[in-house]
Design a protein around this ligand. Structure first.
Ligand code: SF4
Length: 266
């Protein structure tokens, strides 16, 4: 029987003494993404997340209908409440250079002391909602050169701010609605395309190093033998090598981010 993905969370209180303010931020994580910070059944938090849909200005009709966070919100309401708290807190933190620089330092310190082994993922849920937030992410990444970061984004319009960082892997989340724009961005900045495929989609010609995420209805993880899934049988060898292993086959200690570094490698 497949094990349930463990979800974890931690909090960080940030003080702004000059203006006598305090703000709480939450870091989350789960068995799939914890990498070497933890294990599949005992993960450590290593992500900063926001609310889905509302904090995703580059969302598409396909991703909005298929987003895995709809299910997470139902199954993990407490965690999702923390995403909403983050969404409000980070907007407050971006009001001016004083708050922003203190928050960057606080994030950098927390990440340095918790995520050295396995790295840090921006957003299990949510995306880059403003140019100020894109610069915030850049600031944290630059302050922590010993940390490996990865991000998935449909906010292609902020790509330039995320470019040229040697410790940030940028994954352009694509689907049939935004694929052409993703391809333009990929060729301009050299980022990776991570393409969601849903039932009935023809898989486009993907650049080398791309990753394929099959939507729920195409996955083999609930079959006795996942290799019997019709969708898998129709793939070419090159396409099979691009498929996210835990998404198609199911998650485990070996089938997760870390042991797999398709989206993490630079
Ligand atoms: S392809 Fe690999 S690195 Fe990317 S999400 Fe799946 S397990 Fe993680």
């Amino acid at each position: 029987m497949a094990l349930k993905t463990q979800v974890v969370s931690d909090s960080l209180m940030v003080s702004y003494p000059y203006i006598k303010e305090k703000r709480i931020f939450y870091f989350d994580g789960n068995g799939k993404i914890t990498a070497e910070n933890g294990t599949f059944i005992n993960p450590s938090p290593n992500a900063f997340s926001l609310v889905h849909v509302e904090d995703c200005p580059g969302r598409t009709p396909v991703c909005e209908s298929k987003c895995y966070v709809h299910r997470l919100r139902e199954n993990e309401p407490e965690i999702y409440g923390r995403y909403r708290a983050n969404s409000q807190a980070i907007r407050q933190a971006l009001l001016g250079p004083y708050r922003t620089s203190i928050t960057i330092d606080a994030f950098a310190n927390w990440i340095n002391s918790h995520c050295k082994k396995g790295g840090f993922r921006w957003h299990v849920s949510g995306d880059i909602f403003s140019v100020e937030y894109a610069w915030f992410i850049r600031g944290v990444v630059l302050k922590t050169p010993g940390i490996r970061y990865w991000i998935y984004t449909r906010s292609f319009h902020f790509s330039e701010v995320l470019s040229g960082l040697s410790n940030l892997a940028v994954n352009l989340s694509a689907d049939r609605d935004n694929f052409e724009r993703a391809l333009v961005c990929q060729s301009q900045f050299g980022f990776r395309i991570c393409c969601m495929i849903t039932e009935g989609d023809t898989i486009p010609d993907l650049p080398e190093g791309s990753v394929i995420f099959p939507s729920h209805e195409l996955r083999g993880r609930d079959l006795k033998n996942p290799l019997d899934a019709p969708w898998w049988k129709a793939l070419t060898q090159k396409q099979r090598r691009m498929v996210c292993p835990p998404d198609f086959f199911g998650q485990s200690e070996v089938l997760r981010c870390g042991p797999c570094d398709k989206c993490l490698c630079l």
